[in-house]
Design a protein around this ligand. Structure first.
Ligand code: ZN
Length: 351
């Protein structure tokens, strides 16, 4: 079987340098037998791990959010990273420099996503702003509004704007929980020291909005310094820092990512299996790396994600991504699997 070299496609975010310069681009009060309340769960989590990000969630807890959980007593999994887009480029224009030909697949709407994720028990999704739309988060925001309780978003804004925190607060009111940051081919330290990025990290700490980092392992030491400077700002590292994107899962890279775990606000997405290591289902070759991350971060700071639609490209499918965590990683307990597949992202994004 031939596996397409997805990570080399121009539209794949797993590609390090292709992005063009213009793209600056609850448990619920459950009906289960244990009668665990969401508040108890969070308190247990705090007792065990004391994570600042979870503490941020507690600060935001209210009867209203509890009621939200009550009206949405979902036990389904949460996919922490999906992109959606529409072929309707009239209603939702592409950002300059992007073409319809860049959209592969040509369409990946919420309904198309549901056909993959719902049969696998996934019913809530964290949307990640797609690069085609640049800083215009409208399609993502409209999708969040169209499916209440199903989606939240991670937006992309102009970090060179004068006061990016204004846009961060506006987007927060519309269902955005974090902001995507990419180093591209910039000097990471210089970029992270810029006024706009510094303002974004400060606002992230004040508003419990995550800085979602798409970067390789070599940038993690720079992110580490930011975690030290902004200890209240939640941080989520995408796709295990893309370790293994070149086919090689290097222990030295995993070491770097594991060191970041000493910052309680740091989280890692266990995701994009289609593009890492052997890039071949059932993705068992990624198990040693995921085990080390599990030992460093604990299950409460790891969240599974598919990175659709790329996970459902030919040669791969949605179920195989879920199954690696739900059935295969033998070092995980049943409770651990629940954290990776649901609770971590639920507490972080849906509470
Ligand atoms: Zn992605």
């Amino acid at each position: 079987m031939s596996i397409p070299a997805i990570d080399t496609r121009p539209d794949s975010e797993l590609l390090t340098h292709k992005m063009s310069n213009h793209f600056p681009h609850l448990v619920t009060n459950s009906n289960n037998s244990q009668q665990i309340t969401r508040r108890q769960l969070i308190e247990n989590s705090l007792t065990q791990f004391g994570t600042i990000a979870v503490a941020g969630s507690i600060a935001q807890w209210s009867p209203a959010t509890e009621a939200f959980g009550g009206t949405n007593p979902s036990k389904g999994y949460v996919d922490a990273h999906v992109h959606v887009w529409t072929p309707d480029t009239t209603a939702y224009p592409l950002a300059p420099g992007n073409t319809i030909g860049d959209m592969k697949p040509a369409s990946f709407t919420p309904e198309q996503l549901f056909s993959h994720c719902r049969p696998c028990g996934v019913d809530r999704i964290v949307l990640i702003q797609m690069s085609f739309y640049g800083f215009d988060n409208t399609y993502m925001l409209d999708t969040i509004r169209q499916f209440p309780g199903v989606f939240v978003g991670v937006a992309v804004i102009d970090d060179e704007a004068e006061q990016p925190e204004s846009e961060m607060r506006r987007l927060k009111s519309l269902g955005v929980k974090g902001f995507r940051l990419m180093t591209h081919d910039r000097d990471a330290d210089k970029w992270l020291a810029s006024d706009g990025i510094q303002r974004m990290w400060k606002c992230g700490g004040e508003e419990n909005l995550a800085m979602c980092m798409l970067s390789n392992a070599d940038v993690i030491p720079s992110i580490d310094r930011m975690c030290q400077e902004f200890p209240d700002t939640p941080v989520v590292v995408d796709h295990m820092a893309r370790i293994g994107v070149d086919g090689q899962v290097r222990d030295s890279d995993v070491d770097i990512l594991c060191r970041l775990a000493r910052h309680p606000q740091s989280h890692v997405k266990i995701s994009a299996f289609y593009a890492l290591g052997k890039k071949s289902s059932p993705y068992d070759d990624l198990a040693p790396m995921i085990r080390r991350l599990y030992e460093a971060y604990g299950p409460q700071r790891l969240m599974w994600a598919s990175d659709c639609p790329f996970q459902v490209d030919p040669g791969h499918n949605y179920k195989d991504s879920v199954n690696l965590v739900s059935e295969r990683l033998d070092f995980l307990s049943d409770e651990d699997r629940e954290w990776l597949l649901r609770r971590t992202a639920e507490n972080f994004y849906f509470s």
